[in-house]
Design a protein around this ligand. Sequence first.
Ligand code: HEC
Ligand code: HEC
Ligand code: HEC
Ligand code: HEC
Ligand code: HEC
Ligand code: HEC
Ligand code: HEC
Ligand code: HEC
Ligand code: HEC
Ligand code: HEC
Length: 454
Amino acid sequence: MLSVQRREFDEKKKDETPYPRDFARWYALDYFRRPRSLRSRRFYVTLATTIAFLLLSLATLAPALHKTHQAAPVSRAHAMLNQDCASCHDQMFQPVLRLFGCGQASVSDKRCNECHHGAPHHGKEPACASCHAEHRGYDVLATHVADRNCVECHGHQGGYVHPMDTKGPFPITHFNRDHPAFLPSVKGAADPAKIKFNHKAHLDLDLDDLRIANKKAGRDDLKGLGSKMACADCHQIDDERKYVKPIVYENHCARCHALNIGLVGDFTPELREAVVSFSKTPLPHREPAVVRAVLRDRLAEFAQRNAVVAAKGAPRVPRPLPWKPVTDEQWSWAKVQAQKTEELLFMNKQWQKHESLTQCAHCHIEKERPAGVPIYHKTEIPSRWYTHSVFNHGSHRTMSCTACHDKNAAGIKVADSQTAADILMPTLQSCQECHKGSGGARNACVECHRYHAR
Ligand code: HEC
Ligand code: HEC
Ligand code: HEC
Ligand code: HEC
Ligand code: HEC
Ligand code: HEC
Ligand code: HEC
Ligand code: HEC
Ligand code: HEC
Ligand code: HEC
C-alpha cells in the first residue's frame, strides 16, 4: 500500500469498519509508471560487474595466475614451465579455430627446439605438438603418442618401403592387423654370426659326468653350474635388464674350452712336473699371431729354465726375450716345439666327437692363411637383432626363455638347434598372443618403437 493510500485509509478507519471496503483502492494502478530503485541502478550495476570481470580477466594475465587458462597442467617434465606459457606458446591462442577442429596449436616447433633436439625421423616432420599434446596432465609425455600419428604416414600403400622387402610397400595401420613379419628373422634371413656353435650339444651335456672326468684330470672348472647347462650360464641380462649381454669367451666358454697345449716329445722324469705345469697354463685368447708369439716366448723360457737342451755359446741375434740370453739351441728347440703345437692349435678341420676342445677352429671359421698363420673371420655375434624397435627382457622375466625363443620362423626349438646359423628370434605372432590391446598387453606403436632415435 502506498503512503497516500494509507493516509486516506487511516482517515476513513475512524468512522468505518476496520476492513477496507474497496480493495481496488489499495492498488496503485499506475505502478509501472513510477520510478523503481533497481531499474534506476541497473546501468551502474552492469557497468560495475563488467569492469570487475575485465579486471579479473586482466589479472589472470599476471604470471602468477596464468594457470586459469589451462585445461590441465602441463606434463610432469615441463612442470617448471607451468607458469611460463610463453616458453611454449609463441603465437596467438586459436580457441575458435580449434573448436571447429582446424587450426594448429599456438605452439611452434621453434620453441620446442630451443630446448630439445627432436632428431628427425623423416624429412617431412609433423608439428611437435601434434604428437606431444600438452595440458592432459600426463606424467610421461613422450610415450603418450597415439597410433594415428604414425599411421598417418605408415598407414597408406607406399607409405613405407623396407629396403629388404621385395614385395613392395606395405601399409601398417595396426599391430594386430597388418604389422609386417620381423624381417631380421624371417625365413631366408641370414645369421650374421661367424662362429661354430651347437646349442643342443651343450644343453644335453651331463655336467655331473663331466665333473667326474675333470676331477680325474685334476681340474675343477664347473663351479656354479648345475647338472645341466642353463640359458643363464651363457646369456646374462644386461644391467638395464633390457637386452642380453654379449657372449664373452673368457666368461662363458673358457672353463671348458681352455686354450691349453701340451709339449710334444720325451722328457726326463725330473722334468715331468714342469711339463704338466706348462700344459696347465692356457694360452691367451688373442689373434693367432699374438698367440704364436706368446707360445714361442713361453717355450723359449721353458727351454732356458729347465735346461732342456745344452746351453752352448751366447746368443747372437735378438730373441723374443732380448733381456734373457736364449741360446741358438734353446731357440731352435722352442721353434720345433712351437711348430708341432701350432699344427694342432691352428689345425683347420671340422671337430669330431671326443677330439680336444682347444683348437681355434673348433669355434672359429678360417678366412685365409697367409704365411702359415690363420686369419679367422670376425665372430660378429649380433648383440641386437631387432634394431628398429626396443625390447625389454626384464618386463618379460616371468616367462621362460624358450616361451619366446622356441617360437621362431625356422620352427626350431633352442634345445634342438645344432648350428649357429639357426635364427632363434621370436616371430610377430608370438608377440601378438599377448600384445593385443584391451584385455592384453599394450599394442601401441610406441610400446615397441622409438620415433626420434629410430
Ligand atoms: C611445455 C609447453 C607448454 C606450456 C608451458 C604451456 N602450454 Fe599450452 N599448449 C601446449 C601444447 C603442446 C598445446 C597443444 C595441445 C593440443 O594440441 O592438444 C597447448 C595448448 C594450449 C591451449 C589450447 C588452444 C591453443 O590455441 O593452442 C591453451 C588455451 C593453452 N595451451 C594455454 C596455456 C597457458 C595459459 C599456459 C601457461 C599457464 C600454457 N598453455 C603453457 C604446450 C604448452
Ligand atoms: C624451456 C625449455 C623447454 C621447452 C621450451 C620445451 N621443453 Fe620439453 N623438456 C624440457 C625439460 C627440461 C625436460 C625434462 C628433462 C628431459 O627429459 O630432457 C623436457 C622433457 C620433454 C619430453 C620428455 C619427457 C616425458 O615426460 O616423456 C618431451 C616429449 C618434451 N619435453 C617435448 C617437448 C615439446 C613437444 C615441446 C614444445 C611444445 C617442449 N618439450 C618444450 C624443457 C623444455
Ligand atoms: C610423429 C610423432 C612425433 C612427432 C611429430 C614428434 N615426436 Fe617427439 N616423440 C615421439 C615419440 C613416439 C617419442 C617416444 C619415443 C622416442 O624417444 O623416440 C618421442 C619422444 C620425444 C622426446 C623424449 C626423448 C627422450 O629421449 O626421452 C622429446 C624431447 C621429443 N620427443 C621432442 C620432440 C620435438 C622437439 C619434436 C618437434 C621437432 C617432436 N618431438 C616431434 C613422437 C613424435
Ligand atoms: C611424416 C611421415 C612419418 C610419420 C609421422 C612416422 N613415420 Fe616412421 N617412417 C617414415 C618413413 C618415410 C620411414 C622410412 C625412412 C627411411 O628409411 O629413411 C619411416 C621408418 C620407420 C621405421 C623403420 C625404419 C627405421 O629406420 O627405424 C619405424 C619402425 C617407424 N618409422 C616407426 C614409426 C612410428 C612408431 C611412428 C609414430 C610415432 C612413425 N614412424 C611416424 C615416415 C613417417
Ligand atoms: C654354452 C653356452 C650357451 C648356452 C647354455 C645357451 N646359449 Fe644361446 N647362444 C650361445 C652362443 C655362443 C650364441 C651365439 C651363436 C649363435 O648364434 O648360435 C647363442 C645364441 C643365442 C640366441 C640368438 C642368436 C641366434 O642365432 O638366434 C638365442 C635367442 C639364444 N642363444 C637363446 C638361448 C636359450 C633360450 C638358451 C637356453 C635354453 C641358450 N641360448 C643357452 C651360447 C649358449
Ligand atoms: C660346461 C662346459 C662347456 C662350456 C661352458 C662350453 N662348452 Fe662347448 N663343449 C663342451 C663339451 C663337453 C663339448 C663336446 C660335446 C659333445 O661331445 O657332444 C663341447 C662342444 C662344443 C662345440 C662342438 C659342438 C659340435 O658338436 O659341433 C663347439 C663349437 C663349442 N663347444 C663351442 C663352445 C662355445 C663357443 C662356448 C662358449 C659360449 C662353449 N662351447 C662353452 C663343453 C662346454
Ligand atoms: C670354445 C670356443 C672358442 C675357441 C676354442 C677359441 N675361440 Fe676365439 N672366440 C670365441 C668366441 C665365442 C669369441 C667372441 C666373444 C669374445 O670376443 O670373447 C671369440 C673371439 C675371438 C677373437 C676376437 C675377435 C672376434 O672375432 O670376435 C679372437 C682374435 C679370437 N677369438 C682368437 C682365437 C684364437 C687364436 C683361438 C685359438 C688359439 C681361439 N680364438 C679359440 C670362441 C672361441
Ligand atoms: C617375451 C619374449 C622373450 C623372452 C621371454 C625372452 N626373450 Fe630373448 N629376445 C626376445 C626379443 C624380442 C629379442 C630381440 C631383442 C632385440 O635385439 O631387439 C631377444 C633377444 C635375445 C638374444 C639375442 C641378443 C639380443 O639381445 O638381441 C638372446 C641371446 C636372448 N634373447 C636370450 C634370451 C634368454 C636367455 C631368455 C631367458 C632369460 C630370453 N631371451 C627370454 C624375446 C624374448
Ligand atoms: C605372455 C605375454 C607376452 C608375450 C608373449 C610378449 N609380451 Fe611384451 N609385455 C607383456 C606384458 C604383460 C608387458 C608389460 C605391460 C604392458 O606393457 O602392457 C609387456 C611389455 C612389453 C614391452 C614394453 C617394455 C617396457 O617395460 O618398456 C615391449 C617393448 C614388449 N613387451 C615387446 C614384446 C615383444 C617384441 C614380444 C614378442 C617377441 C612380446 N613383447 C611378447 C606380455 C607379453
Ligand atoms: C609388440 C611390439 C611392436 C608393436 C606394438 C609394433 N611393432 Fe613395429 N616392429 C616390431 C619389431 C620387433 C619389428 C622388427 C624389425 C626391427 O625392429 O628391426 C618391427 C618392425 C616394424 C617396421 C619395419 C621396420 C624395419 O625396418 O624392419 C615398421 C615400419 C613398423 N614396425 C611400424 C610399426 C607401427 C606403425 C606400429 C603401430 C601400428 C608398430 N610397428 C607396432 C615390434 C612392434
